[in-house]
Design a binder for this molecule. Structure first.
Ligand code: 4AD
Ligand code: MG
Length: 452
C-alpha cells in the first residue's frame, strides 16, 4: 500500500517497510548511491530517497529524471542530512514512466504566462500544487462553516431562463444549429442560458427551509479581460429567511474570517510558501483579517471619502456611479487598511431584486471589499413586498410572466430575507496572494481561452 509523502514525512517513528510513489523533482548521483527527490502532491515538500548502487531496479536510474514517475519500496529512516527528518532507504525502485528532456517543468523560474499554456502539467509545480491544495481545503471549509450553522446545501440549476443580475451577460444554451430553427423548436422551447447566479432559486428554498447555501459553477459572458474576471467561476451563495441587511453583513464577515482562520490552521506550509514567493505581506494580512472586525460604510459615505481623497483616479467618482476596482481598492487598501463593507447603494446601479430603503433612493445592498482584490462578496436584503417588487421588475423591464414564481414567494407568506454571493476564485486570490484569477482555477475560461 502506498503511503502519501505527507504521512511519511510526519511519521512518529521509523518504519521497516514503506512504499512511496511520486514524480522525480531532482536526482543527484554520488559514487555509491543516488538521491531522488520525489513529490506526490500530498504536500509541498518532497521526500528524499537514497538509492544505493546495485539496488534492484536501479539499472533504470539514469531514466529517473525530472518529471519521471517512480515507485519506491524501502525503509523510512531518520535522515542524516539536514532539511528533512525522514528519508527512504530504497530496497527496490521501479520506473513507472520516464520523462525526457522535453519535459517542460525542468527547472524553476517559468513565468505564470508560460505555465498557463501547460495547464495540464502546472499542478506538478510547487506553486500550483499549493494553490490546488488550498482550493480543496477552502471548499471543505465552505461546507463546514455553513453546515455547522444549520444551513442546508441546495443545488440550483445550471441551465436557466432567467437573468438574475439583469446584466445580459449570459451564455446561450441551445441545440439549434447556428442561424437555423425556430425558438419553439429549441430544446427547452424558449431561450435558455448558463446561470449567472443561483440566487433566485436559492430564495425559493430559503423561503421554505430557512437557511440554505449553494456552491457551484457560475457563468458570465462579460468581455472583461481583467485579472479578476473569469467566464466560468464558482460562487457560494447563502440565503437566509427572517434576516435583514445587518444579519447578512454579519454572516459575510463571519464566513470570510472563518475561511481565513481555517487556511491559517490547515494550510500553514502552503501559505508560508505563498508568503515567501508570491506576496511577502500575505501572512500578516491574513492574521490581521482573521482577528479584526471589518469596517462598514454606506455608499454615500464611501463616495464622500473618495471625493475628498485627492487621488487621481482613472474613472470618475460621483454619487450614482458604480465604484470601480481602483476606488474599492483605495477604500480598503489606503483608507481603511482592512476589509470594508459598503452598503446602501443607489437603486439605479443595482439589480431589481434588492430591497428599497425608506429614502426612496437606495437599496439594501452590500459589497465586501478586501485589500488586493476589491469586491469579493456582493449581496443584499431582498425586496419582500409584492407591490415594490412588481414596480422594480417593471422598472427593469422584466416580465411578470417570466418571474411569476419569484413573485409568488411574496404573495404567499412573504418574509424578510437576505443573502450574498462570494466569488470562490476571488477568495482564493485573497487567501494565496496569487494576483490573477487564471492561476487559482485549474483550467481558466476567459475571453478567447477555453483550452484543455
Ligand atoms: O456581485 P455579484 O454579481 O452578485 C450576484 O450574483 C448575486 N446574485 C449574489 C447573491 O446575492 N446571491 O457576484 C457575486 C460575487 C462577486 O462579489 C465576485 O466575488 C464574484 O461573485 N464574481 C466573479 N468572480 C469571477 N469572475 C467573474 N466574472 C465574477 N463575477 C462575479
Ligand atoms: Mg457585485
Amino acid at each position: 500500500m502506498r503511503t502519501p509523502i505527507i504521512e511519511a514525512l510526519s511519521s512518529p517513528a521509523s518504519r521497516d517497510e514503506i512504499t512511496v510513489c511520486g514524480w522525480v523533482r531532482t536526482r543527484r548521483d554520488a559514487k555509491a548511491f543516488s538521491f531522488l527527490e520525489l513529490n506526490d502532491g500530498s504536500c509541498l515538500r518532497g521526500i528524499q530517497v537514497v538509492v544505493d548502487a546495485g539496488t534492484p531496479g536501479s539499472e533504470a536510474l539514469l531514466e529517473m529524471t525530472t518529471g519521471a514517475s517512480v515507485e519506491v519500496k524501502g525503509r523510512l529512516v531518520a535522515s542524516q542530512g539536514k532539511g528533512q527528518a525522514w528519508e527512504v532507504q530504497a530496497a527496490q525502485v521501479v520506473l513507472l514512466g520516464g520523462a525526457d528532456e522535453s519535459y517542460p517543468l525542468q527547472k524553476k523560474g517559468h513565468t505564470l504566462e508560460f505555465l498557463r499554456e501547460i495547464a495540464h502539467l502546472r499542478p506538478r509545480s510547487n506553486l500550483f500544487g499549493a494553490v490546488f491544495r488550498v482550493r480543496s481545503r477552502m471548499a471543505y471549509a465552505v461546507h463546514t462553516f455553513f453546515q455547522e450553522r444549520g444551513f442546508l446545501n441546495v443545488h440550483t440549476p445550471m441551465i436557466t431562463a432567467s437573468d438574475c443580475e439583469g446584466a445580459g451577460e449570459m451564455f446561450r444554451v441551445t441545440t439549434l444549429a447556428p442561424g437555423a430553427g425556430k425558438l419553439e423548436e429549441d430544446f427547452f422551447g424558449k431561450p435558455t442560458f448558463l446561470t449567472v447566479s443561483g440566487q433566485l432559486e436559492a430564495e425559493t428554498l430559503a423561503c421554505a427551509l430557512g437557511k440554505v447555501y449553494t456552491f457551484g459553477p457560475t457563468f458570465r459572458a462579460e468581455n472583461s479581460n481583467t485579472s479578476r474576471h473569469a467566464a466560468e467561476f464558482w460562487m457560494i451563495e447563502p440565503e437566509q429567511a427572517f434576516c435583514d441587511l445587518a444579519g447578512n453583513m454579519d454572516l459575510a464577515e463571519a464566513q470570510l474570517q472563518h475561511q481565513v482562520r481555517d487556511a491559517l490552521a490547515h494550510c500553514a506550509e502552503d501559505l508560508a510558501f505563498f508568503s515567501n514567493y508570491v506576496d511577502k505581506g500575505l501572512l500578516e494580512r491574513l492574521k490581521f483579517v482573521a482577528e479584526r472586525p471589518f469596517q462598514r460604510v454606506s455608499y454615500t459615505e464611501a463616495v464622500q471619502l473618495l471625493e475628498a481623497s485627492g487621488q487621481a483616479f482613472a474613472y470618475p467618482v460621483a454619487y450614482g456611479l458604480n465604484l470601480q476596482s481602483e476606488h474599492e481598492r483605495w477604500l480598503t487598501e489606503q483608507h481603511f487598511q482592512c476589509p470594508v463593507i459598503v452598503y446602501n447603494y443607489p437603486k439605479e446601479i443595482k439589480p431589481f431584486y434588492m430591497r428599497q430603503n425608506d429614502d426612496g433612493l437606495t437599496v439594501a445592498a452590500m459589497d465586501v471589499l478586501v485589500p488586493g482584490i476589491g469586491e469579493i462578496i456582493g449581496g443584499s436584503q431582498r425586496e419582500e413586498r409584492p407591490e415594490r417588487l412588481a414596480a422594480a421588475m417593471a422598472h427593469h423591464g422584466l416580465s411578470e410572466a417570466d418571474y411569476w414564481w419569484y413573485a409568488d414567494l411574496r404573495k404567499y407568506g412573504t418574509v424578510p430575507h437576505a443573502g450574498y454571493g462570494m466569488g470562490f476564485e476571488r477568495l482564493l486570490m485573497f487567501i494565496t496572494g496569487v494576483g490573477n484569477i487564471r492561476d487559482v482555477i485549474p483550467f481558466a475560461r476567459t475571453p478567447g481561452h477555453a483550452a484543455f
